[in-house]
Ligand binder design. Structure first.
Ligand SMILES: [Zn+2]
Length: 137
């Protein structure tokens, strides 16, 4: 969530922000402005140079690099998602963890697709719908 007044991004909004009447408000001292959602529309042209989105990408990469497990659920990893692919490979390359990777999708063809992208990182493909996966998780 984004505070326009502070020009800051709060990525852990559910943990620290104050929701009153289902409106999330900035937690900075002397500010209680209403947070705004940031949405990147699904287009081929995405402006990742925007300071806020750049910050999101950097934090995403950092989170992936620090992760012990990664779950891709219902994500087809489209070839056009170059920025996500680049971010993932960069994070995996610099991570010192042996990250366990799980791909959850009913479409078995995605297993090979992910294998082509990730190589052999010991990823595990779970051929299930998300709701079925949740029952066993
Ligand atoms: Zn604020």
């Amino acid at each position: 969530m984004y505070c326009r007044r502070c020009d800051e991004l709060d990525l852990a909004v559910e943990q620290v922000a104050v929701a009153k009447d289902l409106i999330w408000r900035c937690i900075n001292t002397y500010c209680s402005a209403e947070y705004e959602p940031l949405i990147m529309m699904p287009t081929y042209y995405k402006d990742y140079q925007d300071r806020i989105f750049k910050e999101v990408w950097e934090k995403a990469e950092e989170s992936v690099a620090l992760a012990k497990e990664l779950y891709f659920i219902g994500y087809a990893l489209p070839d056009a998602d170059i920025h996500i692919r680049t971010m993932l490979l960069s994070a995996l390359a610099r991570s010192s963890n042996k990250i366990k990777i799980f791909v959850v999708d009913p479409d078995l063809q995605l297993e090979e697709h992910y294998h082509q992208f990730l190589g052999d990182r010991g990823q595990r493909f779970i051929q299930k719908k998300f709701s079925d996966f949740l029952e066993t998780f």
